[in-house]
Ligand binder design. Structure first.
Ligand SMILES: Nc1nc2c(c(=O)[nH]1)N[C@H]1C(S)=C(S)[C@@H](COP(=O)(O)O)O[C@H]1N2
Ligand SMILES: [Mo]
Length: 315
């Protein structure tokens, strides 16, 4: 029985170091029979965490949890990197439902327990923001394909559209005169991208439920695409025949494409995408800069999805 329990927000007395995620410790503890993992900071049980390691571990140093949860993009809470952590305290992600509709045989609404029951795995993925910074994050989630299988997409469905919640009363970035984006934030994938085994809906990171600033309670993760595809706090998923709108593409189509595959050879019009700054990481010669890889290093897994496509035209 899966019951979603938000991880308590740690008190300020907990040191940054103590809140670092020590993955191997947690997995080792999980392997000890009968050992309870109901430590106050862990919302997922040992079985949920350790039963199904998801693979794809890039074997790179994890970004510190404190960095991944304090340096964020989530414009519903403001445009500054510190805004999502500082200004999301009023956001209440429980209870929650995700409506799945459109070109499917069995439209459905999933509550958080139903989503968890699709089978949580840990996936350590690189994430690369279009702003040329990157992190390595241990996500907890389930393959989006598992959810899509439940609703039985029709043969005519070609795309998957995603939508974020609109709650100006809880999201200060959606109030006031200056509105940086049109709400709701929307994103989309081709159906074959959505079904790819790398594509997950995440409900947690570092062994805990997602903090509000990272997209509680459920968000998309597509590690071979720029971070803006990773739409947060999803309330609706719609299968469509036509390519759906995506927020950044609609705002500035010459700067942000629909595909948004990480590509060091296609620069943003205003900056290079050839190198990235690994947040908090120690790179060459004391610098945190490292070369960006095609498809963010996931080319072996995903390049075949784009065979025959001009990736400079379809950026
Ligand atoms: N709803 C919504 N989703 C969003 C964003 C946003 O502003 N609103 N920002 C995107 C961008 S630009 C990035 S880089 C990632 C950042 O995810 P993280 O803060 O968990 O690292 O979220 C993406 N998802
Ligand atoms: Mo981003």
């Amino acid at each position: 029985m899966h019951r979603y329990r938000p991880t308590p927000i740690p008190g300020s007395e907990i040191t940054a170091e103590a809140s670092y995620y020590r993955r191997r410790d947690i997995l080792r503890m999980g392997a000890v029979g009968g050992f309870s993992l109901a430590a106050p900071s862990l919302a997922f049980s040992a079985t949920e965490l350790a039963a199904k390691p998801g693979g794809y571990d890039p074997k790179e140093e994890l970004t510190a949890e404190a960095d991944a949860t304090s340096y964020n993009n989530f414009y519903e809470f403001g445009t500054g990197k510190a805004d999502p952590a500082a200004k999301s305290g009023d956001f209440n992600p429980t209870p929650w439902t995700v409506k799945v509709d459109g070109m499917v045989g069995k439209p459905a609404e999933f509550d958080l327990d139903a989503l968890m029951a699709l089978g949580l795995e840990e996936r350590i993925y690189r994430m690369r923001c279009v702003e040329a910074w990157s992190m390595v994050i241990p996500w907890i989630g389930f393959p989006l394909a598992s959810l899509l299988d439940r609703v039985e997409p029709l043969g005519s469905a070609k795309y998957v559209a995603f939508e974020t919640v609109v709650r100006p009363e809880e999201m200060p970035g959606q109030r006031g005169i200056f509105q940086p984006l049109n709400w709701p934030y929307v994103e989309g994938l081709r159906l074959d991208e959505a079904r790819h085994p790398l594509t997950i809906l995440s409900m947690g990171l570092y062994g805990k439920t997602l903090p509000n600033q990272n997209g509680a309670p459920v968000r998309l993760v597509t590690p071979w695409k720029y971070g803006f595809k990773g739409i947060k706090s999803i309330v609706r998923i719609t299968l469509t025949e036509e390519q759906p709108a995506s927020t950044w593409n609609r705002l500035a189509p010459s700067e942000y494409g629909f595909y948004a595959n990480v590509n060091p050879e296609v620069d943003h019009p205003r900056w290079s995408q050839a190198v990235e700054n690994r947040i908090g990481g120690g790179g060459f010669f004391g610098s945190n800069e490292r070369p960006t890889l095609p498809f963010n290093g996931y080319g072996d897994e995903v390049a075949s999805l784009y065979e025959g496509m001009d990736l400079k035209a379809n950026f």
